[in-house]
Ligand binder design. Structure first.
Ligand SMILES: [Cu+2]
Length: 181
C-alpha cells in the first residue's frame, strides 16, 4: 500500500511543473506556453500570447482563433508608425518552415479577446482553438499570469532588473491594450 502511494506523488509533482511551461503539438507545429495577462478592471478586453514553431518542410498559416471565454477572438498585429503604436486585425499569421513565431505584448502578433465573459485573473485557465491552413485545428490551454513570458527560468527578481532601456520602452502589463475597437 505504501509503495503505491509513493508512486503517485512524483507523478502529481511532475504534472504541476509542466503547467509552468506547457506546450502543445499539431502536425509539424509546436505551440509553446499560451498565456494571457490579467485584464484591467472594468475592461472587457484582453490578449493572449503563444509561440509557434514550425518543424516541417513547408510554411503554414494560422488562419483563425476562437474561444468561449470571450465574445470574439481575433488575430491582431501591432506595428510602430513613427512613435504611435498601431493595431489592426490580421488575416493570417505565417510560420515559415524551421521558424518560430513568438507572440508577445507590445509588438508583432497577439490574440485579441473582446467581450470577455469574465475578467482574466492570475491563475485562470481557458481554452483557445487555433485553426491552421495545413496542420488543422488544435485546442490549447491559456494560463493567466502576471508577467510577460521571458525565458522559462526567469524569476521575478531577474526580470525586474532585466530592462536595459530604463523601462520607458516597456509597456506596463495590459497597457498595450488600451486601444479602441
Ligand atoms: Cu489587439
Amino acid at each position: 500500500m505504501i509503495s503505491r502511494i509513493l508512486c503517485v506523488l512524483p507523478a502529481l509533482l511532475l504534472s504541476t511543473t509542466l503547467v509552468f511551461a506547457h506546450s502543445f503539438q499539431v502536425g509539424d507545429l509546436k505551440i509553446g506556453h499560451p498565456y494571457a495577462l490579467p485584464s484591467i478592471a472594468q475592461q472587457l478586453t484582453g490578449a493572449a500570447y503563444l509561440s509557434i514553431e514550425n518543424t516541417g518542410q513547408s510554411a503554414d498559416r494560422l488562419l483563425s482563433v476562437s474561444t468561449q471565454a470571450a465574445r470574439s477572438a481575433t488575430l491582431h498585429t501591432m506595428t510602430m508608425d513613427g512613435n504611435i503604436m498601431r493595431m489592426r486585425e490580421a488575416d493570417a499569421m505565417t510560420i515559415k518552415p524551421g521558424a518560430t513565431v513568438v507572440m508577445k505584448p507590445g509588438m508583432g502578433f497577439h490574440i485579441m479577446l473582446t467581450g470577455l465573459k469574465s475578467p482574466l485573473k492570475v491563475g485562470d485557465r481557458f481554452p483557445i482553438t487555433l485553426t491552421f491552413e495545413k496542420n488543422g485545428k488544435l485546442e490549447v490551454t491559456v494560463v493567466v499570469q502576471d508577467k510577460e513570458a521571458r525565458s522559462a527560468a526567469a524569476s521575478g527578481s531577474a526580470s525586474a532588473s532585466g530592462s536595459t532601456a530604463g523601462g520607458a520602452s516597456e509597456p506596463a502589463p495590459g497597457a498595450a491594450h488600451q486601444h479602441q475597437h
